[in-house]
Structure formats: C-alpha cells, structure tokens
Write a protein that binds this ligand. Sequence first.
Ligand code: UDP
Length: 234
Amino acid sequence: MEKLEMLYEGKAKRVYRTEDPKLYVVQYKDDATANNGLKRGTIEDKGIVNNKMSAILFQLLTENGVPNHFQELLSEREQLVKAVEIVPLEVIIRNVSAGSFSKRYGAVEGIVFDEPTLEFSYKKDELGDPLINDSHILGLKLAKKEELEEIKRLALKVNEVLKDFFSKKGLKLIDFKLEFGKYDGKIILADEISPDTCRLWDAVTDEKLDKDRFRRDLGNIEEAYKEVIRRLEE
Ligand code: UDP
C-alpha cells in the first residue's frame, strides 16, 4: 500500500492517506519532545525502535483479543494501520508510582500498587492535556458511556497482557499511555506503545529504559531504546 499525501504531523509520527480510505500509513520519526513541548531533541533511530516495538506489541494484543489498529509493517519506519477517529483522551495506567503521579501527590517513585490505577487526560495541547474524570468526559461528549467503559476494560486488559510479556523479558512495566479510536462504530486501540509512551525499568536493577532518560537528561538514551527492542526480539 502506497502512502499518498500527509494528513497530519505530530510530535513523533506522520500520518498519510492511502488509496483505501479505511487505511493510513504511520511513519515514526526520531523527534522527541517532553514537558509539553518545552524540551525538544532527537533520539537517533527512535522511530525504528518505536515502529518495531508497536508492531510486536499490537500483534501480541491481537492474539490476546485486544482489537487494535495495526495491520502490517511496511518498512523500518512505517506501518499500515486502520484509519480510526481518535477519542481525544490519553488513558494512563500505572502499576508503580512515578512521573507526574509522584509529583502531583508528593510520593516517592517506586511504590508498587496492589491494583493498577487508571486516569484520563484530555488531549488538548493548548491546555497542556489536563486530567479529566469520567463525568467530565461524558459532559463534554468526548465519548459515550458504553465507549468509556469499553476503553477502561480494554486498557486494563492491555496492562495484564503487557505486564506479563515484559516481565518475561526482564522488564517492569511501571506505567503507560494509550489512545483509542473508533472504527466501524467500535472502540479499538490506536496510536503507539513504545519507550516514548511506557515507563520500563530493568527488573533487576530498576535502571530506566524509556523516555525518562531524555526527559531527565540521564544519558545513554539511544542505547536504552535499543536494549528494549533487543530484549523484545529475543
Ligand atoms: N505519557 C505519554 N504521553 C503524554 C503523557 C504521558 O506517553 O503526553 C506516558 C509516559 O511516558 C508515562 C505515562 O504515560 O509512561 C505516565 O506519564 P505521567 O503522567 O507520569 O507524565 P509525565 O511524567 O510524562 O509528565
């Protein structure tokens, strides 16, 4: 499937139309941003890692009954996906305290939760993606009640599948962000799952193997991304 004109360029990806109105080509870039776009840079070959990793994980999720937009890998940096209408929510699941959770509640990083937490942010760059609750989502008509329930059910299922998979690869899944879309009237998982959108710590040393290396200038960023994909492909 050939990509035609670009429809959208985001911080980390470009989306192209194809001849089939129901399919898009997603191209993964090396550009990285953090702190709501205040910090910018590039992470060499990040696009290659994130394209491959998303493909591996979306296929694993398909096998485990989580419907998602992935169709096929096209090249090092490109994949074919279903053309969904994105629900403007970031769905964040956490297994261990870190990042904005720790900051917001003044909690150390590394508290292991008995049950995963789930929160939503409203995808609106100009507002800095504010936290939003269920009743506000319904009030703003960002999703219908049944859609919201389906999003939560699928997000928790994704967590179970991925936690188990990463643990076999010597990685702890600390937290992650998902985005969902509508396709043929149904809610399916979309966007990406990569070290840009997950926190992954080495199971033994708790070394951070994700975008926090970029956010916090920890060094060895490229190496960390490559280490994750190396372990996933083993
Ligand atoms: N996340 C993301 N995009 C965002 C915000 C968060 O992919 O715009 C991911 C982030 O990589 C982490 C999880 O969601 O794995 C939770 O992030 P958090 O809310 O702690 O925010 P951050 O520390 O990134 O500000």
